[in-house]
Design a protein around this ligand. Structure first.
Ligand SMILES: *Cc1c(COP(=O)(O)O)cnc(C)c1O
Length: 371
């Protein structure tokens, strides 16, 4: 039996194989491999797609979060509010920037930060929290309008972590345009994926963009003359050229993800499983269900030739590296701790054939109604 994978960066490559081959050959033949015309062109095209003034290519999504924070003035010892239910990269990036994570609980419907708990947390720590990193997890936009107005009211910088939400929208406006800056990852499995590492920061503030361009390359405006202390975090020409092939297909691929999500939801109605909302603007980086019998369901699906994943099994504040040394926001982390034992990500990628989606939906339905 053919195993249905949970994600497939190879299928994404094969869907654009010829154009990627040509783009790669063009870069190889150009003799210019770092920060050149491909990166500049991609930065312009990506900024135009989002509707921001600037996009700055960097080496990966973790650096994108860290450098966005630094460019917005977050530095050594400052507290940064974020969620514990996210890729650990979000937390690593806050610490790379010198920040100290303060975890705020999530909303069980959006899996994003709970605005009321953020408001209470900021009120309880006046002047101590320098920024909020808002993650749009699974491609489902968090309640960014509420969060942005809370950040405004408290005078705190909002940084969006859009690593799982390329192309997602709120009220017709893309995520990544709501805060002072937004971080994107182009890790191969993301909705917009390179064939290696890559990332970008989006911003409409000229001064933040200028600082990012310095920070990503040793603080250089001109070669060999550092104006500020920077790092090496560059998007390379090969990845930029590949991303230029894939960007024009992003909206269609997000629609394909939404079609698969719609089919799953039809097939899983009435099973008692908790299903994700099919909200407008959700780009389904993952389709995540919740089941009280998760372990049995995973085993059933594996026997049926279906791979699943858990994003993420252990919240940041319970992992050895962070336990006991990060702040916890008002109201505690009860929702985070409750849902991590039940979440399960079904196969989800734009090239997943319809027959496979049917097979997945049928097997989950069967598993859920039996256990
Ligand atoms: C993937 C991811 C990142 C980090 O991206 P990398 O390119 O792997 O460094 C950051 N935040 C979230 C939410 C992610 O999913």
């Amino acid at each position: 039996m053919k195993m249905i994978p949970q994600s497939s960066p190879k299928a994404s490559y094969l869907a654009h194989r010829e154009a990627i081959g040509q783009a790669v050959a063009r870069v190889l033949d150009s003799g210019w491999y770092i920060l050149g015309s491909e990166t500049r062109a991609f930065e312009e095209e990506f900024a135009g797609y989002l509707g921001v003034r600037h996009a700055i290519g960097v080496a990966n999504g973790t650096d994108a979060v860290a450098l966005a924070l630094r460019a917005c003035g977050v530095g050594e010892g400052m507290q940064v509010a974020t969620v514990a239910h996210t890729a650990i990269a979000t937390i690593a990036a806050i610490e790379m920037a010198g920040g100290r994570p303060m975890f705020v609980d999530i909303d069980a419907a959006t899996y994003g930060m709970d605005p009321e708990k953020l408001d209470a947390t900021l009120a309880a720590h006046p002047g101590q929290i320098g920024a909020v990193v808002l993650v749009h997890l699974y491609g489902r936009p968090a309640d960014v309008r509420a969060i942005a107005s809370i950040c405004d009211r408290h005078g705190v910088a909002l940084i969006e972590d859009c690593a799982q939400a390329h192309g997602a929208t709120v009220a017709g406006r893309r995520v990544g345009t709501w805060g002072r800056a937004a971080a994107f990852s182009f890790y191969p499995t993301k909705n917009l994926g390179a064939l290696g590492d890559g990332g970008a920061v989006a911003t409409s503030e000229d001064a933040v963009a200028e600082r990012l361009r310095l920070l990503r390359q040793y603080g250089w405006k001109e070669r060999n003359n550092s104006l500020i202390a920077g790092v090496n975090s560059r998007l390379d020409e090969l990845q930029a050229a590949i991303l230029r092939v894939k960007l024009p297909a992003l909206d269609a691929e997000n629609s394909a993800r939404r079609r698969i999500a719609g089919r799953y939801t039809e097939l899983l109605q009435g099973t008692g499983l908790h299903l994700p909302g099919l909200d407008e603007g959700h780009v389904f980086h993952q389709y995540v269900i919740r089941s009280a019998q998760r372990t049995a369901l995973i085993d059933d699906l594996r026997r049926a030739g279906i791979e699943t994943a858990i994003h993420y099994p252990i919240p940041a504040h319970l992992q050895a590296a962070y336990r006991g040394r990060c702040g916890v926001g008002s109201g505690g982390l009860g929702v985070t701790e409750r849902i991590v034992g039940e979440i399960l990500s079904l196969p989800m990628f734009p090239q997943l054939p319809e027959v496979d989606a049917e097979r997945v939906g049928g097997a989950v339905r069967e598993g859920a109604t039996r256990v």
